[in-house]
Design a protein around this ligand. Structure first.
Ligand SMILES: Cc1cc2nc3c(=O)[nH]c(=O)nc-3n(C[C@H](O)[C@H](O)[C@H](O)COP(=O)(O)O)c2cc1C
Length: 143
C-alpha cells in the first residue's frame, strides 16, 4: 500500500489539526499517511516521493515560517519538477497572500498543486475546513 507523507509546521496547533485531517483523508482513500514535522525529514528524502502534502501557516508578513519551512522550501524548489503537491495552512488576519505565493512558487518549480489551490483555515480549522482537508488528502491519493 502506498505511503504518503504529510509534512507540516505548526506553532499553536491549527495547522497540525489540518495535517491530521489531511492524513485521515489519505487513509480513507486507501493509502497510508505518514505525518511528520519539517524538522524530521530532509528535502532530498521527501523528493524521493512523487506526491506529498505540505502544511504551513501564514507567518512573518504573509510568508512561510522562516526558521524551518523557508530553508526546506529553498532546497525543495530544485527538486519539485513533476511532483504532485497538496498545500494547506492556517492564517490569522490576512487575505491568504502567503498561500497564493506558495502555490505560485510550487507551480513555477514545475509541480502540480493538487486541486489547483491550497486549503486555508482561519485560525483553528472548523468542521468545514477539516472536511476540506480530508477531501484534499483523498484528492492527493487519486492525483
Ligand atoms: C509571528 C507570526 C506571524 C504571523 N503572520 C501572519 C500573517 O502575515 N498573516 C496572517 O493571516 N496571519 C499571520 N499570523 C497568524 C497565524 O497564521 C495564525 O495564528 C495561525 O492560525 C497559526 O497557525 P498554527 O497554529 O498552525 O501555528 C501570524 C502569527 C504569528 C505568531
Amino acid at each position: 500500500m502506498a505511503e504518503i507523507k504529510v509534512v507540516y509546521w505548526s506553532g499553536t496547533g491549527n495547522t497540525q489539526a489540518m495535517a491530521e485531517a489531511v492524513a485521515k483523508g489519505i487513509q480513507s482513500a486507501g493509502a497510508t499517511a505518514n505525518v511528520l514535522g519539517f524538522s524530521e525529514i530532509s528535502a532530498a528524502e521527501l523528493a524521493k516521493d512523487s506526491k506529498f502534502a505540505l502544511g504551513c501557516p501564514a507567518m512573518g508578513a504573509e510568508v512561510l515560517e522562516e526558521g524551518e519551512v523557508e530553508p526546506f522550501m529553498t532546497e525543495l524548489d530544485n527538486l519539485l519538477a513533476g511532483k504532485k503537491v497538496a498545500l494547506f495552512g492556517s492564517y490569522g488576519w490576512g487575505s491568504g497572500e502567503w498561500m497564493s505565493s506558495w502555490q505560485d512558487r510550487v507551480s513555477s518549480d514545475g509541480a502540480t498543486v493538487v486541486n489547483g489551490e491550497g486549503v486555508m483555515a482561519n485560525n483553528a480549522p472548523d468542521d468545514g475546513a477539516l472536511a476540506e482537508c480530508e477531501a484534499l488528502g483523498k484528492a492527493l491519493v487519486n492525483a
